[in-house]
Design a protein around this ligand. Sequence first.
Ligand code: GDP
Length: 531
Amino acid sequence: MPDIASEVRRRRTFAIISHPDAGKTTLTEKLLLFSGAIHIAGSVKARKAARHATSDWMEIEKQRGISVASSVMQMEYRDCVINLLDTPGHQDFSEDTYRVLTAVDAALMVIDAGNGVEPQTRRLLQVCRARNTPILTFINKMDREVKAPLDLLDEIERELGMTVVPFTWPVGMGKLFHGVWDRRADQMRVFAPGEDRRGGDEEILAGRDTPAIAQRFGLEWQQALDELELVDGATPPFEHAAFLAGTQTPMFFGSAINNFGVKEVLDALVELAPPPGPKPALQREVAPTEPKFSGVVFKIQANMDPAHRDRIAFVRVASGRFERGMKLRITRTSKEFKPNTVVSFLSQRRELLEEAYAGDIIGIPNHGLLQLGDTLTEGETLQFTGLPFFAPEIIRSVEVADPLRTKQLKAGLQQLGEEGAIQVFRPMAGSVLLLGAVGQLQFEVVQHRLETEYGVKARIGASPYHVVRWVTCPPENGGEAELKRFIDANVHRMAWDAVEAPAILLDHAATLRAVESNWPKIRFHAMREHA
Ligand code: GDP
């Protein structure tokens, strides 16, 4: 039987983050090529095609089926087992993405060299930065006319607040893109266009002073040399510890579509990105190499068939060895169960399907047994922390068209809330439920699913609220008694969330500031961690 420590050591679990159209799908496909998982690459393409086919919730319906299979991809490269987690794109963008980022140990940021840092990249990166997730940076589309590389470097440093250390540097761009200079190996990899190359067959030219390089690449080479001199002088040496702490990011240039510069990133991922580390639980810290299995549900996905309320819980293994047929205990309910089917994610080697170690993702189909944030163990009472819920940015009221179906509405919202599809708030005074979301599309999805899965026509309407904050009061400030005083004084604008945590709903950020200064002992939270 494989030894747990060596299995953990060879795991790399990461997500690609990018703004739509920067090249995430293309890059994913090329990364999979290196592991020989070509059939999977095909399915990535198919998924993308499905995404482009239509543009509203219909497509989400379709995707729910497809994306269960492609939202986690496992591959082998060199001696590593790599788990690549997909983060939903803009159209179905929601809090899901944030939670997926809690399940990875590193992130690969893809930037379109023509557009620089774009809004969604910035947003996703903030989540990574808050968790000190190590980040690798890939500057894509160098085969186009793009921003000057030095400007890109500056922009990323400024916008993202981290030190960028270029590992490669481009020679030319667009039609005159000649390749990248590898600063560590002191050699140039010459660019050759072509979609279906596996890589590794490029021409390599060594030594900055080689006259042949200067002759062949003329002005672009001269420019790259000048830039490299600046870069050498201005950027600090790469420090692995700073990368692991999320304060330095190694940067690579390339063209995903031409499979150029991609292998360098994959190699860096294997060499630099960390294997799974210890995870904090309320009771204690859990080491990935412990013999007993533990894991946490970070995502719940409903199945395609509306007639079956099947859901798949995505569990990231935190410790031990997961084996098929194992009996598991859910800490929240103390219930024990033996999942008889476990979805394993695409991989090209059969033995990978039979067991899972820290860093791996398993999918457990269930009918509501498992909720977001649940911890599974072999028996120990453990509750992992750190699964974030963000204060919604859009708040709507929800009512049922036919009052006789109020019960169904509540049941449906409860389940959709548990999945994390939407946040449900129950005002302490008044009976109209409120829904909170990070993205507008979440409401459309919820409305559609309430109708098809629960037979409820819901009316989603305006609400006077624009700001939500969870409230707590630390013991040294008066604790529960002070919190109760606050709630009583504000009961007309207080609500309970899905786990009975109190929250205040406000019309305006300015009102929030006023409330904050009137109640200095109360803490107002834009994020709640599941615990
Ligand atoms: P995603 O939305 O981030 O998954 O982006 P895609 O991978 O679908 O890429 C968006 C578009 O950019 C597609 O039309 C790709 O063919 C194109 N693309 C991706 N990589 C490159 C590249 O290196 N060079 C050029 N010129 N186009 C690229």
